[in-house]
Design a protein around this ligand. Structure first.
Ligand code: HEM
Length: 236
């Protein structure tokens, strides 16, 4: 069992991030090398301050807001929480004064970042069981949503147990020791991290997170890198 824990929490994390960065880089280079579409993608009438409109379209999703306001609310909640999640994980490596502009305990959000992500992901998953979304969905859509949901559930469970149920065997101190050892390429697993019953949740969380990171470059979540350039093309 300890061997499995070691493989998932150390080498598999390095492989996952390598596949994520190299895979994403290769896909982006391939995409930008593709011959330009002869037909313009620009929408008219042309508006001035084109970058501002491209940012507006990318981050405020006006088309979704007009046609499906409920979906828009969950999309906004999900993306804002995901940004907070990235900050939360960076703070699991060490202190960043810039993130403490609003003083808070690490993991930020008192467990609600994970809760909002969990509810949004369940909404994204269940809306694909009804027409017309079901007819427009491919198996990859479900795999991706299920993989990300499992990652988020087990991650959130760790924080909820500690914060809402006073389960104190594993704390931010142990997580920081582990995550910073990974970052500084001196990977170390302290016995505290792998001996408590809770460590099983950490291993499940990191296992699904690794699978998600490896799957990312080959999936349509790549849209996260492409939506701004696409909207800039549309705005000219
Ligand atoms: C796609 C990748 C990942 C996603 C979506 C994700 C998601 C989450 C979520 C939703 C939480 C709980 C947030 C909250 O409490 O509100 C969390 C916590 C945590 N994550 Fe991740 N995570 C990812 C990758 C990783 C990786 C690669 C590691 C370690 C190598 C990691 C380690 C942790 C730890 C230690 C916590 C617990 C924090 C606590 O108890 O306060 N996560 N993650």
């Amino acid at each position: 069992m300890q061997i499995a824990y070691y493989i998932i929490l150390i080498p598999m994390v390095y492989v996952a991030f390598a596949v994520f960065f190299v895979g994403t880089g290769i896909r982006l280079v391939k995409l930008f090398r593709e011959p330009k579409n002869p037909a313009t993608l620009q929408i008219f009438p042309e508006k001035r301050r084109r970058w501002m409109w491209a940012l507006h379209d990318t981050f405020l999703l006006p088309t979704v807001r007009r046609h499906n306001p409920i979906f828009w609310v969950f999309l906004m909640l999900f993306h804002i929480s995901f940004l907070l999640l990235i900050i939360g994980h960076l703070e699991l490596i060490g202190d960043f004064r810039i993130f403490q502009i609003v003083q808070h305990e690490v993991f930020l959000g008192k467990g609600f970042v994970g809760l909002i992500l969990s509810i949004s992901l369940l909404f994204f998953l269940f809306r694909r069981f009804a027409s017309p979304n079901r007819d427009l969905s491919v198996p990859e859509d479900y795999y991706l949503l299920i993989l990300l949901s499992l990652t988020v559930f087990f991650g959130s469970q760790m924080d909820w147990a500690r914060r809402w149920y006073d389960y104190g065997n594993l704390s931010v101190v142990e997580y920081r020791e582990y995550l910073s050892s990974l970052l500084y390429l001196k990977p170390h697993l302290s016995p505290d991290l792998t001996s408590s019953g809770h460590s099983f949740m950490l291993v499940l969380h990191v296992f699904f997170a690794n699978l998600f990171l490896m799957f990312f470059p080959f999936s349509q979540v790549m849209h996260s890198f492409l939506s701004l350039p696409m909207n800039k093309l549309r705005r000219g």
